[in-house]
Ligand binder design. Sequence first.
Ligand code: ADP
Length: 538
Amino acid sequence: MTAYNYQLILKNIFPGSLRNFGDQEIVYSDKKRFTFNQFYERISRFANGLKEIGVQPGDKVAVLDWDTNHYMESYFSIPMMGSVLHTVNIRYPPELIYLTMQHAEDKYVIIRDEFLPLIEKYASMFDFIKGWIVYSDDTDDVKTSLSPSYNYEDLVKNNEPMNFPDIDENTQATIFYTSGTTGLPKGVTFTHRDLILHAVSLASSVHREPLVVRDNDVFMSLVPLFHVHSWGLPYVTILTGNKYVLPGRYDMGKIIELIDKERITLSLMVPSILYMILNHPKAQEHKDAFSKWKVVIGGAALPRGLARLAESYGIRIIAGYGMSETCPVLTLALYNDRISKKNENERFEYRISTGIPIIFVHLKVVNEYGKEVPWDGKTIGEIVVRAPWLTKEYYKDPEKTEQLWKDGWLHTGDLAFVDSDGYVHIVDREKDAIKSGGEFIPSILIENIVSEIPGVGEVALVGVSHEKWGERPVLFVKKLKDITKEDIYDHIKKYLETGRIQKFWIPDDVVFIDDLPKTSTGKIDKKMLRDMYENMKK
Ligand code: ADP
């Protein structure tokens, strides 16, 4: 006999998980609750239902939904039967939804009733789709003009559980598209092995201070399921046996109630979501629940002011870093041995930094010749990485793939320095970087300083064209209280006096704005701000 050729595939998470945590719960908002055992039963019946209607291994199956139990089921059922899950960005404009589905060559679509009118309008363009699987929270009898259509719940009810196949761990499991803030979206793909190793690394990293995730922690990712695997938390939860809560369509009031009612202790999100939660009228009423909440902020830098506000509620908050191309997590601002010895005040700056690489991630900050910069807390270079779960390619785009993987390292396009304790500090992303008179202005540093001012909400520093200097910085501020430009300049000047910033970094202008424009993934859209300012000047 030869040894069993064990593959790192999603199927293999379940035997251990169900044996030990079969009664653990997956909760969909205030609507439904399933045990892990019931969840597994549903995904295995549904997979057979998909097979029955013609879904083949390798076929791309798209999903259009909010964060629901149906969506989380498809995270497992589709890859585990050997097909490929396409998590469609439902925040894209309709033409990008269409273009990405066409580019991915999707064959089947799992779609919630709310999204049907959007697709039905353009039905004839989706002639490459062989079947639509529909469902609703409100009725078992969903009507659609799309054809052929199948009812999700019927596929679950009318089929026996699938005995999932033993596939190769390098089989593609997922595909999705980058946000496309700086050009057309690019497709990234991940295998079973990528997803498993990313989840294992995350699961074994988050027990460290100051997160200290344990058995009784309750997870609710506030990164939508359509975006970068919801940062991998749905996979982690099945591995670790933690209770998991899905918020449905994002409604901040409801999310706050869920945090309280379901005793959520760990969430992940971009900064704008936390701003919305903490500034919501319901935040005060449920504020006791926040004192048990741990939050990881990623997708953009964690502003110092937001971190202080969160900590004033008793939230344990740290930063994390990653991108669509990297599955996504690369770093978390956990304490290494040197930092755990420091006092609480000193540790604050490390918690809000970009952090340290998680297990398996090789990360270095390099100069233009690819040489690692010293860990001196000031020399800036580009972050390049290697990890077992990075996308191997931009789908059908060899040219961009080549640029991404130049020298065998994945080039992030993020500019950073490393301090003497090994912590990474992103100062900007290459495409947003402000160059004034040939010198670089670290926007995240200025944004951090301004975010400390009481009454300041979100802030963004952007570069606008300037005849003499090439570019000059302009600051956009959402104010929550009555503050003036002078208040902002006075605060920035304190940093100038103590030599922590340079004079030419001070913004030429401050613009107050009701709401900062956001990308489809909820991040501040700096490109739009630059365009807005150029138009204001005309
Ligand atoms: P998009 O490129 O549209 O923003 P991604 O979700 O892939 O889509 O974003 C990844 C980028 O977000 C990173 O390359 C980086 O510029 C930024 N980012 C993510 N986490 C952090 C962080 N902790 N600090 C600063 N920037 C971050």
